[in-house]
Design a binder for this molecule. Structure first.
Ligand code: NAP
Ligand code: MG
Length: 485
């Protein structure tokens, strides 16, 4: 390290590799002329060594008592909790979300570490009667082996930790490739785990390009890959993993609907929609991309939703009172602007935000943007645009509302706003989504509850988070034993 700016590098076999690798600078997305810090990128040989180190460390780590592995995670949770302010500031500087959002992410990451650490105290399996008096049968879990963890930048602490924590407590060793836009904050998770006593070789950290991620997926020593990110990369990972019989867990994009019925309580619906559309600058896989509004409530809803979005304060997430930070990069902002222009060219009406709106200088800012259309087939109503942009579409009956909500290849999150218990139950039954929210934002989930999507948002197999997380990182054996006296 040559100065006091945040710094990171590959961490392999218990050591930070600090020479001979190319250095990458990260700009602050809110002030693009200012550099937050720099990191060294892993090359092919680094990833090769990293997988080897994880493989070598596996036998000793899985022989440690689960309770001991869990204690490391609980200690790491305490370390994160003692550093909330410093980590939140770095997260905002590097990724752009507001300081308030960053604090929540740091605290949530600590809680996730603790939750999975304490899973070691849970029952380890089931016991069954045997077919003779002397036989018993029990289930016994063993770690799947070396796990590849490939993560996005939008929750650069929390998504990795909800994968890495269960992998570690259940006895796996890990090779983690973080997203290139958020390496510096990710490295802080590695530091906390080390200080908490994680032995050398149990966790490798290999920041680098997508090609390094693919190298992990193709390495025959990697037994399982857990990935969160874009649909295209995820599908490729799934097919490469399947081709060599490795497990793959995918959490991909979404095109999440929020369905508003005439009996919705607007005092609650409007703020929930604002959160659904604009929190995290809309860079959430669970953000509401379509607001389906019953004809009878359209005017009353828009009269309140449009000014609520227009009033949001956009700017540097470190500044007090700012509610919407920048997008992660110049290209991310470009993609959002292009998608909004295409929607306007396809005849959509602009209700809030959009091209003419002033944003602060110097960063990758986009004002929360609300469009309206009566054509559910326009591009923006079908394809995920990763920013604070949503389109209002009309419906006139419950059947049509549910049909439109499901008229997407994705199935991550959905929300319904209604006072009707019958419609709420119907939503739980009929909406194609792994997360169904009744009178709540499409965003947000609890760390002790299974998380994951349906259709193109995910892949078949165990969900993430909660006690369901164990199923991906372990194999279950049935052990039949007969007592001899
Ligand atoms: P991304 O481009 O797919 O990147 C995700 C990770 O994959 C990054 O670490 C990336 O590295 C790496 N990668 C890129 N190409 C690869 C390859 N060929 N093989 C292996 N790894 C590769 O996604 P993103 O832009 O970071 O995140 C946005 C997307 O994630 C959105 O589609 C969003 O919906 C989705 N997402 C889903 C969830 C969910 O839970 N369902 C949650 C959050 C985000 P680099 O950073 O170096 O490119
Ligand atoms: Mg990407």
């Amino acid at each position: 390290m040559t100065d006091s700016r945040p710094w990171a590098a590959p961490f392999v076999g218990g050591a930070w590799l600090d020479s001979g690798l190319p250095s990458v600078e990260r700009e602050n997305p809110a002030r693009s002329d200012s550099v937050v810090g720099s990191w060294l990128a892993a090359d092919e040989a680094t990833v090769e060594r990293a997988v080897g180190a994880a493989d070598d460390a596996g036998p000793a780590w899985r022989r440690r008592p689960a309770l001991e592995r869990g204690r490391v995670l609980v200690r790491a949770a305490e370390l994160l909790e003692s550093r909330v302010e410093t980590l939140a500031e770095l997260l905002t500087l590097e990724e752009g979300k507001t300081l308030a959002e960053s604090r929540i992410e740091v605290v949530r990451s600590a809680e996730t570490l603790r939750y999975h650490g304490l899973q070691a105290w849970q029952p380890a399996g089931e016991v069954f009667h045997g077919s003779t008096a002397d036989e018993i049968v029990r289930t016994h879990r063993v770690p799947v082996g070396v796990v590849g963890v490939i993560t996005p930048w939008n929750f650069p602490l929390n998504i990795p930790v909800w994968k890495i924590a269960p992998a570690l407590v259940h006895g796996c060793t890990v090779v983690w490739k973080p997203a290139s836009y958020a390496v510096l904050i990710a490295a802080e998770m590695v530091r906390a785990l080390l200080e908490a006593g994680l032995p050398a070789g149990v966790l490798q950290f290999v920041p680098g390009s997508g090609a390094r991620g693919q190298q992990i997926v193709e390495d025959p020593r990697v037994a399982a890959v857990t990935f969160t990110g874009s649909e295209g990369v995820g599908r490729r990972i799934a097919s490469l993993a399947a081709a060599r019989g490795a497990k793959a867990q995918l959490e991909l994009g979404g095109h999440n609907p929020a369905v508003v019925f005439p009996d919705a309580d607007l005092d609650l619906t409007v703020p929930a929609l604002v959160t659904s559309i604009a929190s995290g600058s809309g860079q959430k896989c669970t953000a509401a991309r379509r607001v389906l509004v019953h004809d009878d409530v359209r005017d009353a809803l828009l009269e309140r939703l449009v000014p609520a979005l227009a009033d949001l304060r956009v700017g540097d997430g470190l500044v007090d009172g700012v509610q919407v930070g920048p997008l992660v990069s110049r290209s991310a902002r470009g993609e959002v602007e292009t998608a909004v222009s295409s929607a306007l060219a396809e005849g959509a009406e602009l209700l809030a935000g959009g091209p003419g709106e002033r944003v602060p200088d110097g960063g990758w800012f986009v004002r929360p943007t609300l469009l309206a259309s009566d054509k559910p087939t326009i591009g923006i109503a079908c394809d995920e645009v990763f920013g604070p942009v949503s389109v209002v579409l009309p419906f006139s009956s419950a059947d049509e509302g549910f049909r439109l909500a499901n008229d997407t290849r994705y199935g991550l999150s959905a929300a319904i706003f209604t006072g009707s218990e019958r419609l709420a139950r119907r939503a739980a039954d009929e909406l194609d989504a792994g997360l169904v929210n009744v009178n709540q934002s499409t965003t947000g989930s609890e760390l002790h509850v299974p998380f994951g999507g349906m259709k193109a948002s995910s892949a078949p197999g165990p969900k993430e988070q909660g006690s369901a997380a164990r199923d991906f990182f372990t194999e279950t054996k049935a052990v039949y034993s007969t007592a001899t006296y």
